[in-house]
Design a protein around this ligand. Structure first.
Ligand code: TXA
Ligand code: MG
Length: 326
């Protein structure tokens, strides 16, 4: 099968929607990362998603709808705090976990009685889902051993010849995945920190529980070893020291740093991530792919303050480093 990257014209979106309706898979842009879509109510199509992604069968998929009024079609009920979060953050980088309605097959939820739902804040994604006339599963469009894709080219690198079409919407705006909140508990529980920050959630509904993710259970790991630095005054000195130790052991190393810290690393190998935590999130996965492409043995990532997207970045980087912080 040839994999074609398509411009997101109306005609191409229509073409992709009809492939979805026919039970095929299509990759498309969302504001967080690229999605690998299939019609969620078609169990056979959903099974193909697991095959193509090489995803463990016990890891459920997120379901996307194109508008708020469609959420009630895929869930049993909408708790009051969930409604507040829907009104405030959807469409957007927030996924809510509800009791699932019967239309969603076991294949989507790995047999669980819950379903995770979101509305992508991306016009191409919304139009495609609307034209598919059905809820659509939206896992990240990478194979399980790779970083979430933030460009159509990343999707092609991973899924070439496995899917027909990739709609190209340019670089994903946010660059890390959605925040997942289980609204079946009160207070609701954050299962994954992502594009919507925990501070924003607290401001909307008050108390919220955080479930610690188990770093050792992480799916994707880059080929390069990831060392994640704590955030403190002596951070850049500590990173230089670790870098020099690794180089002395004949390892090739690259540092991920904010533009403002660039000069602290002298002539060491550096990828700059931009000048804000938003930019760090936006560029993180693409730079990890680049580090693997350039065969680095190790990546040292600068630590950040746990404010705003910093908290979501820390959660990702702890996972990527296997829980080891330098
Ligand atoms: O931003 C995102 O959410 C992206 C875009 C493409 O939509 N998708 C994404 O999907 O990150 P994926 O498959 O890479 O990660 C989905 C996460 C998994 O950790 C899965 O365990 C969790 O969502 N999940 C899905 N359904 C769930 C459920 N019913 N209960 C709890 N967790 C669930
Ligand atoms: Mg993923």
């Amino acid at each position: 099968m040839q994999t074609e990257i398509l411009k997101p014209t109306d005609l191409n979106i229509m073409r992709c929607a009809s492939r979805l309706k026919a039970g095929e898979l299509v990759a498309f842009p969302t504001e967080t990362v690229y999605a690998l879509g299939a019609v969620a109510t078609n169990a056979q199509a959903v099974k193909k998603v697991f095959e193509v992604k090489k995803r463990p069968m016990d890891k459920p998929l997120i379901v996307a709808v194109s508008k708020k009024s469609d959420i009630k079609k895929v869930v049993k009920s909408i708790p009051q705090k969930a409604q507040i979060l829907i009104d405030k953050f959807m469409p957007g980088a927030l996924t809510l976990v509800f009791d699932r309605a019967d239309v969603i097959p076991d294949e989507v939820t790995a047999g669980s009685s819950s379903v995770a739902v979101r509305i992508p804040d991306n016009a191409v994604a919304q139009k495609l889902i609307e034209l598919a006339c059905a809820p659509v599963v939206v896992p990240s469009a990478n194979t399980s051993d790779k970083a979430s894709p933030t460009l159509a080219a990343h999707v092609k690198d991973d899924l070439d010849s496995k899917i027909e079409y990739i709609l190209d919407g340019g670089a994903s705006e946010i660059g890390i995945e959605s925040t997942i909140v289980d609204v079946r508990t009160d207070p609701p529980t954050v299962l994954r920190a992502g594009g919507v920050t925990v501070e924003q959630l607290k401001a909307a509904i008050g108390e919220i529980k955080a479930k610690r993710e188990d770093a050792r259970l992480s799916g994707y790991m880059p080929n390069a070893e990831v060392l994640f630095s704590a955030y403190y005054d002596g951070m850049t000195d500590n990173i230089c020291k670790r870098y020099d130790e690794l180089m002395a052991k004949q390892k090739t190393v690259v540092i991920l740093c904010l533009d403002g810290n660039r000069s602290a690393y002298g002539d060491r190998n550096v990828y700059t991530v931009g000048d804000s935590y938003e930019a760090y999130a936006h560029n993180l996965f693409a730079l990890l792919r680049k580090a693997d492409g350039e065969h680095y043995d190790a990546v040292i990532a600068e630590g950040v303050n746990p404010v705003g997207l910093g908290e979501s970045l820390i959660a990702r980087l702890i996972k990527l480093s296997g829980g080891l912080i330098i």
